[in-house]
Design a protein around this ligand. Structure first.
Ligand code: HEM
Ligand code: HEM
Length: 194
């Protein structure tokens, strides 16, 4: 049976996937910019950094597939009462984040696949099914760059909205996804009733 606490929180799996993907993606955005500053000579460090970026990016893609399947079979808890525009904005930004989190690794992968170099996943060479086509590679590079800015904008709105709920409204939105909130909540209940 669901108690009121679990009814108002995301599932443990959804919470774990949220924070795992959040950490990886924030790191990947910084890493994506930084790795391009590595000198082209000697080639080793730059190639290693690019390969690591690609491997972690493909890992995010796999995690997003799992997350989307989980989300489709485990609907999130209903939002607490709030103005209709806020609920709409939250849903729109969440959807935008989901789309960006697929577009980012997919454009990265397709750009790399059409670059003529093999794509490696943590050292394992993936099947090279695409020919070298500079036009497609360049288009995917632009899409990867543009989408990274759309993602960053969505994240600023997302984290900004969370901070507003936590610090100004002081409601329980953050509690819905924070792993240790249940303990804090239960202890609070115990302190009040005990
Ligand atoms: C670093 C600070 C972050 C905070 C404080 C935060 C906070 C939150 C909160 C409170 C929710 C639940 C909203 C609700 O109750 O409906 C949420 C959901 C979500 N967050 Fe974050 N988040 C952060 C980072 C990120 C990052 C980096 C990403 C993307 C990589 C992300 C993607 C999402 C998505 C897609 C949802 C919707 C989940 C769903 O309904 O399936 N978050 N986040
Ligand atoms: C969630 C996953 C990913 C994030 C957040 C991410 C983020 C970024 C960012 C912020 C940049 C620098 C801006 C730019 O020039 O585009 C970048 C560059 C790059 N990324 Fe990713 N990336 C991800 C996945 C991937 C994947 C899966 C691949 C390839 C398999 C890839 C390949 C590249 C390459 C080759 C560059 C250098 C610039 C270019 O040639 O387009 N990325 N990435």
């Amino acid at each position: 049976m669901q108690n009121s606490d679990s009814a108002e929180r995301y599932t443990t799996t959804a919470i774990a996937l949220h924070w795992l993907i959040a950490g990886l993606v924030l790191g990947m955005i910084a890493f994506g910019w930084w790795m391009q500053e590595i000198p082209k000579n000697p080639v080793g460090p730059r190639v290693n950094a690019f390969n690591l970026h690609k491997s972690i990016g493909l890992t995010v893609l796999c995690l997003m597939l799992v997350r989307t399947l989980w989300r489709a079979t485990h609907p999130p808890p209903p939002l607490p009462p709030m103005p209709a525009w806020q609920a709409r904005a939250a849903r729109t930004v969440h959807l935008l984040l989901y789309v960006c989190l697929f577009v980012q690794p997919l454009t990265g992968y397709l750009g790399s696949a059409y670059s003529g170099y093999p794509v490696r996943f943590f050292g394992f060479v993936l099947p090279a099914w695409a020919p070298k086509v500079d036009g497609v590679k360049d288009a995917m590079s632009v899409a990867h760059l543009v989408n990274s800015w759309i993602l960053v904008t969505a994240l600023v709105l997302h984290v900004g909205a969370t901070l507003k709920h936590a610090l100004i409204d002081r409601d329980r939105i953050f509690h819905r996804i924070w792993p240790w909130a249940r303990v804090a909540h239960d202890q609070g209940v115990e302190a009040r009733t005990g």
